[in-house]
Design a protein around this ligand. Sequence first.
Ligand code: APR
Length: 231
Amino acid sequence: MKRLVVFTGAGISAESGIKTFRDSGGLWEEYKIEDVATPQAWAKNPALVQEFYNQRRKQALEAQPNAGHKAIAELQQHFDVYVITQNIDDLHERAGSKKVLHLHGEIKKARSSTYPNLIYTVDGWELKIGDKCEKGSQLRPHIVWFGEAVPEMDNAIELVQQEDIFIVAGTSLNVYPAANLLDYSPTEIPKYYVDPNPDLVYNFADIRVIKENAGKGLPDLAEKLIKEFAA
Ligand code: APR
């Protein structure tokens, strides 16, 4: 089976009702990144940071996978599919994707603020100040904040370097090192970019831009890929 890697961002969850970051009306229009998504924000006002992620956890729990997530999951019948996502929701998993790598963490998990290897599943939507790990230190969201290392980046690069087909969907490619993944993609393989507002400024002459929402663009692309590469 050919290896298909799908690299996704907030846009793929937009049709599930989860806000993106940089679209008009996106999350970063309501909050300042430095107030809610940095280690300094956590040190300065942990309750605000906790509340920001509690709201996002509640939203993620209420959301359902959309046709874009489902199309990627169905491709597993025809390809060896790996999803590399910047998203912290679990909609890929709930749509049926088995191999999902979260570059920026997972909203349903919490970790010790002192012992990063102590990771727990959050019960429900709320993580509170006072919720502690087994060694007594405060639990924080298991999220990669701006300025923190991206531990899964090397694994993601390895997957991209060995892919046969590359799909990028629902990401503005504004955030590094995640956006660097495209530079590791083998030059000769087919690459696709699914986004209704593709302001893609990339030197990949061969990346095929599909100017569609993920909920339509990905099922159509999946049908095409199955005919062309899996029949
Ligand atoms: N289908 C597909 N793409 C969409 C849709 C849709 N229905 N709606 C919007 N988009 C596109 C937008 O055009 C935009 O290019 O999704 C992209 C969303 O970009 P961002 O809001 O920047 O989200 P993302 O690229 O995932 O941000 C990366 O930045 O804030 C950090 O850690 C956060 O993981 C996030 C990272």
